[in-house]
Design a protein around this ligand. Structure first.
Ligand code: GLU
Ligand code: MG
Length: 433
């Protein structure tokens, strides 16, 4: 039997796709990659192919990256996969490769802010089987029921070179949350993809199936992806905190946050990119529905997170901002690229830190919201896509063909579920994510 390595990209649909090759070919494949097709970018999450400007033409290479390589040992088998970069035949990054899009955004952050990004993705997921347990939100019983799965997952995370932070039974039915430690730059998004894949694999090995779908039951909570971000100076010291700044934010952090909130309605189609993402982004679900900054408020789209120290240097290194308007239908690289670009725009434009909100924004009139620069976020994927397409600034953060290609991709997804009712849509997304 030949050991196979799966070379993969996380694509516009947030799906991990690629091709496998015998591990004996690794050296060669790290030079020459595996063949890839431009139109693959238009395969949506339901495997329909959206309108593609490339048609049947063109060739690309997917080059596996040793820095994003996973070997996961199970009792019965071993899984090997590597995330990689899509390049043209002459080796230049392909403009629609999600890793390349993130690298461009991170380079912009270094150029305009002089800092490196540290980020950690928190994931909620649900096991599809039924559990007889009730009353187990954050419960020990709910945790013990899946202790073996949780322990196996954390061991795999560690073996893959990441930091297993914590895992718990979340509030929703059969819902769990897994948190891993922060990583620098592209590696943070790679870690998110690898974590999702390992969760699915470990669940399978335990006779379960995991879903990261944004929402399973419209009457219950959703599965959020919360992205924690902080900044490092070139010498590695923290750049996020200033004890005298608003809510403890440094000037750079304040401007970044202001940019993200200013452009949030335009980037939502990239961070909450499924039709059912908008069932989750409603008030009173502990997700978010407005472009607001919250000081430790779990219904804010951006939250200043608590720190657990009195020592100023510990506070400075713990201090981080959480983006809560994302879900796992989004490719982590693409979501992070959009957030970073929005933040960079805030820095470039010299925006000042927004005021945090403290009240239930769903009780305010549109005029009151407007007077404070707040908007109700788009309530459908179509509306979110329109905001992106209408925002020339946001569109221009990406290479020229990106916006039209993304719109066509997402439109084909919208069409796929158009005739379905809400229950059918949730079922469709549950089976693909
Ligand atoms: N399930 C919530 C969401 O959809 C998050 C709950 C929490 O604060 O952890 O984002
Ligand atoms: Mg949670």
């Amino acid at each position: 039997m030949s050991d196979l390595i799966f070379a993969a990209t996380c694509d516009l649909a947030g799906k991990v796709r690629g091709k496998a090759f015998p591990s004996a070919q690794l050296d060669k494949r790290q030079q020459r990659g595996v063949g890839w097709t431009p139109t693959n970018v238009q395969i949506n999450c339901f495997d329909a192919i959206a309108d593609s400007p490339f048609g049947a033409l063109g060739d690309l290479l997917l080059i596996p990256d040793q820095a994003a390589s996973v070997t996961a040992e199970f009792d019965t088998h071993t899984e090997r996969f590597m995330l990689g970069d899509i390049v043209t035949l002459d080796g230049t990054p392909w403009e629609l490769c999600t890793r390349a899009l993130l690298k461009t955004a991170l380079a912009r952050l270094e150029a305009v802010g002089g800092v490196q990004l540290l980020a950690a993705f928190e994931h909620e997921f649900q096991l599809k089987g039924t559990s007889a347990l009730v009353g187990e939100g954050y419960g020990r019983g709910g945790f013990e029921e899946q202790r073996a799965l949780c322990e196996a997952l954390m061991a795999q995370v560690e073996a893959a070179g990441f930091y297993p932070d914590s895992i718990m039974k979340e509030y929703g039915a059969n819902q769990y949350e897994v948190v891993i430690g922060p990583e620098k730059g592209v590696r943070a998004a790679d870690a998110a993809v690898i974590l999702r894949e390992l969760t699915r694999s470990v669940a399978r090995a335990h006779g379960e199936a995991a879903t990261f779908t944004p929402i399973r039951d419209p009457n219950s909570v959703g599965n959020g992806v919360h992205i924690h971000m902080s900044f490092l100076h070139p010498d590695g010291t923290p750049a996020t905190y200033d004890p005298d700044g608003p809510c403890g934010m440094s000037k750079l952090t304040g401007a970044f946050v202001a940019g993200v909130l200013k452009y949030l309605d335009a980037i939502l189609a990239l961070t909450a990119p499924s039709v059912i993402s908008y069932l989750r982004l409603t008030p009173h679900r502990w997700s978010t529905a407005y472009n607001n900054l919250g000081f430790r408020d779990r219904e804010a789209s951006l939250r200043v997170c608590p720190v657990t120290s009195k020592d100023p240097s510990d506070i400075a290194s713990q201090f981080n901002i959480e983006y809560r308007a994302a879900d796992a239908a989004a490719c982590p690289h693409l979501a992070l690229a959009a957030i970073v670009h929005a933040g960079c725009q805030g820095i470039e434009d010299g925006l000042s830190a927004p005021e945090p909100t403290e009240e239930d924004l769903s009780l305010l009139s549109p005029a009151d919201l407007n007077s404070r620069g707040l908007v109700r976020l788009p309530e459908t994927l179509e509306a979110a896509l329109d905001r992106f397409m209408q925002n020339e600034t946001a569109k221009n953060w990406f290479p020229e063909p990106f916006a039209e290609i993304y719109r066509a991709h997402k439109t084909s997804e919208i069409v796929h579920v158009a005739e379905m009712d809400t229950t059918e849509r949730c079922a469709a997304y549950e089976s693909t994510y």
